[in-house]
Write a protein that binds this ligand. Sequence first.
Ligand SMILES: NC(=O)C1=CN([C@@H]2O[C@H](COP(=O)(O)OP(=O)(O)OC[C@H]3O[C@@H](n4cnc5c(N)ncnc54)[C@H](OP(=O)(O)O)[C@@H]3O)[C@@H](O)[C@H]2O)C=CC1
Ligand SMILES: N[C@@H](CC(=O)OP(=O)(O)O)C(=O)O
Length: 340
Amino acid sequence: MGYKVVVAGATGNVGREMLSILAERQFPADEVVALASRRSLGTEVSFGDKTLKTKDIDGFDFTGYDMALFAIGSDATKKYAPIAASQGCVVIDNSSLYRYDPQIPLIVPEVNADAIEGYRNKMIIANPNCSTAQMVVALKPLHDRARIRRVVVSTYQSVSGAGKEGMDELWSQTKGMYVPGQEVEPKKFQRQIAFNVIPQIDVFMEDGQTKEEWKMVAETKKILDPSVKVTATCVRVPVFVGHSESINIEFEDFLDEDEARDILREAPGVLVIDKREPGGYVTPIESAGEDATYVSRIRQDQTVENGLNLWCVSDNLRKGAALNAVQIAELLGNRILKKA
Ligand SMILES: NC(=O)C1=CN([C@@H]2O[C@H](COP(=O)(O)OP(=O)(O)OC[C@H]3O[C@@H](n4cnc5c(N)ncnc54)[C@H](OP(=O)(O)O)[C@@H]3O)[C@@H](O)[C@H]2O)C=CC1
Ligand SMILES: N[C@@H](CC(=O)OP(=O)(O)O)C(=O)O
């Protein structure tokens, strides 16, 4: 017997990716239902070699479903996740709504799989922010060896992080540069994104950080270790898929760059591509459609006592969202529900 699974937000960037990853990984599902808003009623989405017709989440009865993977944003999640949970279906949520609730586990399976037990509190498990997910996958094995004190991270985040509308805006602005009459005015983003970079993702907070930056700080503490200090600058760049990060790390103990490279080569979910020659590193285009968190440019930071620099790239729709959610579903199945 397999699982009965719901994918909510099936017409979106993350939802479509969740369906394709469930199929690719041959998730042991007896039934998969695709949900979205009423706008998408009847819209066809691919699930492996099958096609599913999208149903309206409003009024959907989650009774008898084992798990629901949500990617519908915080507002809709606030309405529908408690309904699913109260009907006995475990919610694995991609929005930021529940991530900071101490009662709700926030999980990256390579880092804190044991936190899964906490799902019992509210029948909800949170999936992290895309930039946090890839960063903690790379930090965890280094932290285990040399204890991280402080991280300074700058991100280069693709437009798919802002959903379908973000991708459409980069495409139409890029075309609009060349075709008279095409749209170039910013709508989704605060400034022009084509041929530009924007140092704002999500809203500003009182202390001058953006919420995306704050999320990286708070989520790293919850997933990896509350003692790790993080300071972040999050930047939107004109790339369709794949988030990149420049990460500077200060450790308690000395960690040599060669040993760090060896540790990362063995680490779950990480692929090291680090040749000190032109092109000997990964760029976001190569990460698109892939599952790995790629690490390149590993080098000593000579300006502090125990410092390293590295470059980290991953597909934000996969490890940053859909893949991590499916990995949580696998963990829930294998460790807790044990139906398949
Ligand atoms: N993109 C990323 O990198 C990441 C995204 N996330 C989370 O996942 C969510 C979805 O992201 P993404 O797929 O990129 O966004 P998209 O804009 O591409 O898709 C949004 C999805 O949510 C559905 N939806 C929106 N409002 C409602 C509603 N009121 N009721 C039911 N369904 C609704 C849409 O359905 P319809 O087509 O019918 O409108 C669509 O399926 C984000 O809001 C965020 O919380 C998390 C981490 C990373
Ligand atoms: N904010 C991320 C994507 C996202 O949806 O993040 P969150 O789930 O934390 O709101 C980005 O724009 O790249």
